[in-house]
Design a protein around this ligand. Structure first.
Ligand code: SF4
Length: 769
């Protein structure tokens, strides 16, 4: 199915529509009931930003039922630097305002009849959904239904799809398409999956390893924590990144590393630290396992050897290794997707995480904080109704069938994003529910599109028409975040000694005929109770509203949503906890030979259990004469996984951030170094073709010294399959730019199945600009 880039069409439309279009371009603040809106009284309400799921607190200003302004919340754990400091929102968070009143949203439930999506009532939509789920179970088995729900304002998705319907197949952003190696190595090594966010404010040495902390956050507190550490502690900031990012610009040291060589650099830093006796001998002696194997791997990687592999300077490697070790334990490494989304990402993150154990910064001020969650009540604790858990003893297909015995990832994970198309072909997956997510942008895109079209049942719960909702059998229009009650809990935040919760009642009523996700799931469940005569599905009837359910969850903390949401803030600091609470028996594992599931996967993948250097191309693509450039995608602070694309205010800001005028918005751009551009006769503004062994597409080039020679990058989440950006309800039209995952196939980290986003490509002028 071919879909066309519509950038120029959109601009032509904008010009034609003149002033009226200009008003829409400013987003929700000028849409809806604007003619009356200056008359009504201004009130305030709260929200919690879910654009990157990290809950920065929002203060919403509401007039006549419309949100007219949005700001941060002072002192908010994720949105500020702590008590008495201003809360802010990044452009993605602010875009919730645009989203709430956006006329391009899906406004009514739809079901497919005779090949066409038709508007129906909610009653009919729920009835039809239940009918299709029942017949799907009879024909295919519920265990072949894939739960592809992303982050949500309610946690009952799992109860519906796994416990009640009976599917063991779950694909989530975290492990499969975000940072599987970082999360899973952290857990196995003993420091948990949150080893990616150190105790910034108390740090004296911060390494942003493959992370652009000042431009893409896990909550606004993160960037603020780094800046506070620099200002208050005189902290050193080091950025390790093949691109000269905004964080690199502010850093004391920028290490322009060759892509996929991070594992060698980490071992080399360990080499310096061990050779020079700078490591924490007491911690290593008392709290670690596998140091000998680690030391052996590190001794094999002196800085001169690492310099050749990484393209870095051996003396700079020594300087940074010494600086990090000497500042320890007040030294932290921030690591996440940048080093994880590669075929050798497992070893890169294992080697990087090992540095924490080496210098003993575990759970010490300024080091690797072992963040803790507050103890809100789980679903099981608040549920007063017994039901049969239908997926409890079912094996996911990847573990169950011999067809997948060549994939080591099956020992660790139940499914891998890139293997779903193969599982559909094998009829081990026959249906899917997608919520607020578009897996067609996350890897192996062409095959995923075919897989979605081949499935027997596709349910989309979303606010926008995108690659999945346009192809779905059932489309259930979701309210946006400011139209829902929310409860957020988390760990890392601006208060390193406090657990916290944040929550908000809906700031405005759901627009058009949309519903919050909690109400959609309850509607499906109630209809399933009717259709199946199975009382298990009545489980949500014990709560009259999402707020009542949230209040039950908060009961362990003696709080209600009303308590959190009233007054001048929408959060509560609930429990204090100290550093270094891990106890005498704590073990940090350099070598993962004690973890049976990993040992089995590693053996099949031909990998050691201890830290080691694995060169690029061992798993995944190698560059070649035909495809001499390495492509990897990046994120934008303006678009959360591409899902803010319909908002023209952000599109214009994005173009300007790239030193272009808003007329030059073309979706995502391709960044390449002048050396690579000159060799191909490419200039900024040219349209270029980017091609891999698997696919190709067109992008507008931006020639910049900020990209390393040999590396080309572009923002992911655009183009084919993205939310539409032009006109109302023009479902056939795709967004501007290119879905860069059309270049991709099934390559992945063999251990976690994490999508490997490093692709060998070549770039050539396409003609035109
Ligand atoms: S960092 Fe930005 S997108 Fe993420 S939660 Fe905060 S405001 Fe929202």
């Amino acid at each position: 199915m071919s879909e066309h880039n519509s950038a120029l069409t959109r601009r032509n439309l904008l010009k034609g529509a003149g002033v009226a279009a200009g008003a829409v371009a400013l987003g929700g603040c000028l849409s809806g009931d604007q003619s009356n809106s200056q008359q009504g009284a201004l009130s305030t309400a709260f929200g919690n930003c879910w654009m990157c799921s990290h809950n920065c607190g929002q203060k919403a200003y509401v007039r006549d039922g419309s949100v007219v302004n949005l700001t941060g919340v002072d002192g908010h754990p994720r949105g500020s630097a702590g008590e008495g400091t201003e809360g802010t929102l990044c452009p993605k968070g602010l875009a919730q305002l645009d989203k709430t009143h956006d006329p391009k949203r899906i406004k009514e439930p739809h079901i497919r009849e005779n090949g066409t999506l038709k508007k129906v009532s909610w009653e009919k939509a729920f009835q039809y959904t239940a009918e299709r789920l029942v017949s799907f179970d009879e024909n295919n088995g519920a265990e072949t239904f894939l739960d592809a729900t992303s982050w949500a304002e309610t946690d009952i998705f799992r109860t519906v799809w796994r416990d009640l319907y009976g599917s063991p197949e779950r694909i989530s952003r975290g492990i499969h398409v975000c940072a599987g190696p970082t999360f899973v190595t952290g857990g196995m090594m003993g420091v948990g999956s949150n080893n990616r966010v150190p105790d910034y404010q108390n740090s004296e040495y911060i390494i942003a390893w493959g992370r652009n902390i000042l431009n893409s956050f896990a909550g606004q507190f993160e960037a603020k924590g780094v800046l506070e550490a620099i200002e208050n502690n005189g902290a050193t900031l080091v950025t390790i990144d093949p691109q000269h990012t905004i964080t690199a610009q502010k850093s004391d040291e920028w290490m322009p590393i060759k892509p996929r060589t991070d594992g060698a650099l980490a071992l080399s830093m360990a080499n310096v630290i061990i050779e020079e006796g700078l490591y924490d001998e007491a911690f290593v002696e008392n709290h670690t396992h596998g140091f000998d194997a680690y030391r052996e791997a590190a001794m094999d990687m002196p800085p001169e050897k690492a310099a050749e592999i990484t393209g870095l300077d051996a003396e700079q490697i020594r300087t940074v290794a010494r600086g990090f070790a000497e500042a320890a334990p007040q030294a932290g490494i921030s690591v996440w997707t940048g080093t994880a989304q590669a075929g050798n990402g497992w070893k890169a993150t294992q080697n990087i995480t090992a540095l924490n154990g080496l210098v003993g910064n575990i759970d010490k001020p300024g080091g690797l904080r072992l963040w803790k969650y507050p103890s809100t009540a789980s679903f099981g604790e608040v549920c007063e109704q017994d039901y049969t858990n239908r997926a409890e003893f079912k094996d996911p297909a990847l573990k169950k069938y011999d067809e997948y015995s060549d994939y080591p990832a099956r020992h660790i994970e139940g499914i891998a994003h890139n293997l779903v198309p193969e599982m559909v072909e094998n009829e081990h997956i026959n249906g899917i529910v997608c919520h607020h997510d578009d897996p067609l942008k996350d890897g192996n895109a062409e095959s995923w599109i075919e897989a979605i079209e081949a499935m027997d049942l596709v349910i989309s719960i979303d606010a926008y028409w995108n690659g999945v909702s346009r192809r779905a059998d059932i489309v259930l229009p979701e309210a946006t975040q400011l139209e829902k009650d929310t409860l957020g809990t988390g760990n890392w935040n601006a208060y390193p000694n406090h657990k916290w919760v944040t929550g908000s009642k809906a700031a405005v009523e759901p627009r058009w005929n949309t519903k919050p996700d909690f109400d959609i799931l309850k509607g499906i469940a109630n209809e399933m109770a009717e259709k199946t005569d199975n009382d298990d599905w009545t489980v949500f009837q014990q709560w009259d509203s999402h707020e009542a359910y949230i209040d039950d969850q908060l009961s362990t903390l003696d709080l209600t949503l009303e308590d959190i949401d009233s007054g001048e803030k929408n959060y509560a600091l609930v429990e204090e906890y100290d550093y270094q609470q891990y106890g005498e028996n704590f073990t940090f594992r350099f070598d993962l030979d004690q973890i049976d599931s990993f040992a089995a996967a590693a053996e099949e993948a031909g990998m050691d259990t201890a830290p080691e250097w694995i060169p690029p191309g061992t798993y995944g693509d190698s560059t070649s004469e035909e495809y001499p450039l390495e492509f990897t995608d990046i994120r934008s602070v303006f678009f959360s996984h591409g899902s803010n694309q319909p908002h023209e205010r952000l599109q214009d800001q994005f173009a300007k951030r790239n030193q272009l005028s808003e007329e030059d918005y073309r979706g995502n751009y391709l960044y390449l170094n002048p050396e690579d551009a000159d060799a191909r006769d490419i200039e900024t503004g040219d349209m270029v073709t980017i091609e891999s062994e698997t696919g190709s597409g067109e992008l507008m080039a931006i020639v910049t010294e900020r990209a390393r020679p040999g590396l080309v990058t572009s923002q992911y989440g655009f183009g084919q399959t993205s939310a539409i950006t032009t006109g109302e309800d023009t479902r056939e039209q795709s967004a501007d730019g290119m879905n860069t995952m059309m270049l991709h196939n099934e390559q992945m980290d063999p251990i976690t199945g994490q999508v490997d986003r490093h692709i060998a490509v070549d770039v050539a002028p396409a003609g035109g600009d």
